[in-house]
Design a protein around this ligand. Structure first.
Ligand code: SF4
Length: 691
């Protein structure tokens, strides 16, 4: 047992706000206290306050598990590692390198994300790697890249919002997902400028001055309509558009067709509310638009975000001090996780894998030839859907993800996982995905290891080791190194110390769009938390991006012409309701962690479905009864909560629960053509009483 004499300054294990916290006590009785950091200013949400429970959870894995005769049995690390390496070698020899897939997560540290990409491409030689961030903010990343030439979710500090006169939140419920964030919205709310766009009257909508409640899947149409009104009502920032952007005419031709009355018919948002929203935004001295998953998790997610960015550009907001566009990244390292090489199409430093110069640079850092790097692979859902299928991977290694609960159409995902010849999961508890694996490795968790995270502002910070992990538990980096060596890689190519990995990551990122080369652990240990890019050791970081120029060849932001298209699956006579999914205050992502915390699980122990009372009555349902929510893909069981503020055509389900309470049993994996984001936010369902 290691007694901690003083508290260790670190950050929360959960969301992208990365609130400052301090860990004290010891391994048997750890304690978490809030700590001052600009994103949280000493506040924590219920998840953060109870995060110490994760460190002593009774379900903690402390030995590798190997499936024998259908049962997972404890084995030594060497037996498990040898078993996996032998199997991987055999599969690669018989079926080629792409027969093995790797699936990562947006909660992994930068070092793990980096090493995972390197492991996949060098030790396995596979192109088949992607991660659950594809399900999170990939549409906003794609839209940011095509408009600004670079995606840093929020290209300004969160604290800039403190002095905003108007903030528009499109599909983001921060009052539940990251409650300390709401303190940054106070001035906008006090001045009557907080606008929330959400089909539900969420806790965040309750704080708003104006709540627009569009039908699910119509955000793109609403953004087009607001652009139309911005121009028609004389709010067009002509000088800004002329000097800092290109492509307005083509984007305008799309928006010009969307007259306010027509937008009202499609979205359900009144012309008066549309006009009020535009006026609030345009007349504010300081205005911001932030998109969340509600705008992004659609088969038209990238175009939807582009439509909101087009509106921002027409009003002259991005790249101007005191205003802007940003994405509300969700997962703890959703930003860093998408920068360091665990995406199917990217190498470290946010470099594109198909770019010859990027390949040459990264290959040079790795000490191999560019031709030795595989090309782009399948996106997350396409990868999962190909598992065990002809031409698809026959083995998969999963790190930091619980795909059985978090991927869309999850009954299909279960079949695919079962079709694999080898499923390996690294986790600190037996998640639903781990319980289906052939081999499970028990790995360290947040306060037991050092590592860097990049928060929703693009700010790189150090999450420190505060406690010694339980006996038998090893780090993901150890696991990757052990497997790599068994697969014939030189040991020095796969360092296990986080600081050593970070030093290599810096070199790999140097000169790239997300340049970390001027950040080192000494700066982070000294208390700095640096906004990338940081290209030199004495560089102070870049809190605000694009003030002089955007990251495009001509320095101008690009309007992207987009047009409305409805959801991939609209309600009909058999499935007459929209279903939309999201999170609740007490749970995080698949719930694999928060369901282990008694205070959180007791507060929301089971699946529920929010239904308007009239809709419930028509389906023969009463408050608190259990119902089947049925789509073309499956059925989820949920307890009815009648909510009068909900649209009568819409039901809402959280996605934190396992088994037959998985919201993703019903969701639609229709993919966005640009971001490959599945349409988590809309599908067609019907309700039936559970007799
Ligand atoms: Fe943790 Fe996010 Fe809650 Fe902050 S808001 S305490 S980072 S879960």
């Amino acid at each position: 047992m290691t007694a901690i004499a003083t508290a260790t300054a670190t950050h929360c294990p959960y969301c992208a706000l990365q609130c400052g916290m301090a860990v004290s006590g010891n391994e048997q009785a750890p304690r978490v206290d809030p700590r001052e950091f600009p994103t949280n200013r000493g506040g924590l949400c219920q998840k953060g306050w109870t995060a110490a429970s994760l460190l002593t959870t009774p379900g903690r894995l402390t030995t590798p598990l190997l499936r024998e005769d259908g049962v997972l049995r404890p084995v030594t690390w060497d037996i498990a590692l040898d078993f996996v390496a032998d199997k991987l070698r055999a599969l690669r020899a018989e079926h080629g390198p792409d027969s093995v897939a790797v699936f990562g997560g947006g909660g992994l540290t930068n070092e793990k994300s980096y090493l995972l990409g390197k492991f996949a491409r060098l030790a396995l030689g596979t192109s088949q790697i992607d991660y659950n961030g594809r399900f999170c903010m990939s549409s906003a990343a794609a839209a940011g890249n095509r408009a600004f030439g670079l995606d840093r979710g929020m290209p300004f500090p969160v604290t800039d919002l403190d002095t905003a006169d108007a903030v528009v939140l499109v599909g983001g419920n921060v009052a539940e997902t990251m409650p300390p964030f709401t303190q940054h919205l106070r001035q906008a709310a006090d001045r009557g400028g907080l606008i929330v766009i959400d089909p539900r009257r969420t806790a965040t909508a309750e704080l708003a001055s104006l709540h627009l409640q569009p039908a699910p899947g119509t955000d793109l149409c609403l953004a087009l309509g607001l652009l139309h009104l911005a121009v028609a009502d004389g709010h067009f920032a002509a000088d800004y558009v002329a000097t800092r952007t290109t492509g307005f005419e083509a984007a305008w031709r799309m928006a010009a067709r969307w007259w306010p009355e027509q937008v009202e018919r499609v979205t359900g948002v009144s012309v008066a509310d549309q006009r009020a929203a535009v006026r609030l935004l345009a007349q504010a001295g300081s205005a911001y638009v932030l998109t969340g998953r509600g705008a992004e998790q659609h088969a038209s997610g990238a175009d939807t975000v582009s439509a909101w960015i087009n509106l921002c550009l027409a009003l002259g907001l991005p790249g101007v001090a005191g205003s802007g566009y940003g994405c509300l990244t969700g997962q703890g390292n959703g930003q860093g996780g998408r920068e360091h090489g665990q995406k199917a199409d990217q190498l470290p430093g946010y470099r594109m894998i198909a770019d010859p110069a990027a390949r040459a640079h990264v290959a040079g850092v790795w000490g191999v030839g560019p031709d030795e790097l595989p090309g782009p692979g399948r996106s997350a859902y396409e990868l999962l859907d190909a598992l065990g299928q002809p031409g698809g991977p026959k083995a998969m290694l999963v790190f930091g993800s619980n795909v059985l609960v978090s991927a869309p159409r999850s009954n299909r995902i279960a079949e695919r996982l079962d079709a694999l010849e080898l499923l390996v999961v690294a986790d600190f508890v037996l998640s639903e995905t781990a319980a289906r694996a052939d081999v499970v490795f028990p790995v360290t968790q947040w306060a037991e290891e050092d590592g860097t995270m990049t928060n929703l502002e693009g700010r790189v910070l150090l999450r420190r080791k505060a406690l010694t992990p339980p006996l038998g538990v090893r780090g993901d980096q150890d696991l990757l190194a052990e497997l790599a060596i068994r697969l014939g890689q030189p040991a020095e190519r796969f360092p296990t110390e986080a600081e050593t990995v970070f030093t290599e990551l810096r070199a790999a990122s140097k000169g790239g769009p997300a340049d970390y080369s001027g950040i080192d652990y000494d700066r982070l240990r000294a208390g700095e938390a640096l906004y990338w890019p940081v290209p030199e050791n004495d560089h102070p970081g870049t809190p605000r991006m694009f003030l002089e120029r955007f990251n495009t060849p001509d320095g101008r932001a690009r309007f992207i012409p987009v047009d409305h298209r409805g959801p991939a699956e609209a309600p009909d006579a058999d499935f007459p309701l929209y279903a939309t999914t999201g999170r609740v205050l007490q749970h995080y992502q698949s719930g694999a962690q928060t369901r282990l915390v008694p205070e959180l699980n007791d507060a929301v122990p089971t699946m529920f479905v929010e239904v308007h009372p009239d809709t419930a009555a028509r389906a023969g349902l009463e408050d608190a009864c259990w119902a089947r929510v049925i789509s073309r893909r499956g059925t989820v069981l949920a307890q009815v909560r009648t909510v009068p503020s909900l649209r009568t055509d819409t039901v809402f389900l959280p996605f934190h629960f396992p088994g037959d309470q998985r919201a993703n049993l019903i969701t639609n994996p229709a993919l966005d053509p640009t971001s490959r984001m599945p349409e988590f936010k809309v599908c067609a369902v019907r309700l039936e009483a559970l007799s």
